[in-house]
Design a protein around this ligand. Structure first.
Ligand code: GDP
Length: 209
């Protein structure tokens, strides 16, 4: 059984700049991905709070870093979805800068959950995020989302291809050496939820109960 901590998630605040973020203490895990990758759905099933990420979808809040408190020490963080074509160039540049600063400087950030559609993983922006994590030695765990849309065989093949591509890109024998993980996920069919929670538990220092 996973810790019931995730069910206690409560919206804390939305930040437009890093200065507005909660104090950089305790531990947090951020969720990132292209818009439409399935990030809100994943946050909803992981916390078992069905309206949780609706907060982040509220117009005006989509372009914020949304912080959710789990307890006094721990947080989940919903980063703005990237790759959305309609966003003006100026706004894109603002977010790239804020995200880069967040990933590089946030001490309480223990790891990044990176969501990618299992049918189209590793887009150039996803790889840019992974390179950023690798350079700052920040652990990243990839959720290959919507895996219910693939046959079991195709889903496993997608996972293996992503693993192989990362081993080659970062020149390692084992993904753990590059502080990386990859798993299949489906919010719809509840695939991989415990595995994702186990990774969160590790990063947030939660012991199983
Ligand atoms: P976000 O933009 O990354 O927050 O993505 P959403 O969670 O809003 O999901 C985008 C679309 O993908 C929605 O139409 C969801 O219903 C759909 N979706 C999300 N997760 C799954 C999943 O596990 N399986 C399937 N089949 N569709 C999903």
């Amino acid at each position: 059984m996973s810790h019931p901590l995730y069910q206690r998630a409560e919206f804390l605040l939305g930040a437009h700049t890093l200065a507005q973020a909660p104090p950089d203490a305790g531990a947090e895990v951020a969720f990132a991905g292209r818009s439409n990758a399935g990030k809100s759905s994943a946050l909803n099933v992981i916390t078992n709070i069905h309206a949780l990420a609706r907060v982040s979808k509220t117009p005006g809040r989509t372009q914020q870093i949304n912080f959710f408190g789990l307890d006094e020490q721990r947080r989940l963080v919903d980063l703005p979805g990237y790759g959305y074509a309609q966003v003006p160039e100026k706004v894109k540049r603002h977010w790239q800068a804020v995200l880069a600063e967040y990933l590089e400087t946030r001490n309480s950030l223990m790891g990044l959950m990176l969501l990618m559609d299992s049918r189209h993983p590793l887009t150039p922006l996803d790889v840019q995020m992974l390179d950023g994590c690798f350079e700052s030695q920040l652990p990243a765990h990839i959720l290959l989302t919507k895996s219910d849309k693939l046959s079991r065989g195709a889903a496993l093949a997608s996972r293996d291809q992503v693993r192989k591509a990362l081993l080659e890109r970062y020149g390692v024998q084992d993904l753990a050496e590059a502080k990386l993980g990859v798993q299949l996920f489906s919010s719809l069919k509840h695939i991989g939820i415990e595995e994702a929670q186990t990774q969160l538990d590790q990063w947030l220092g939660v012991r199983e109960v």
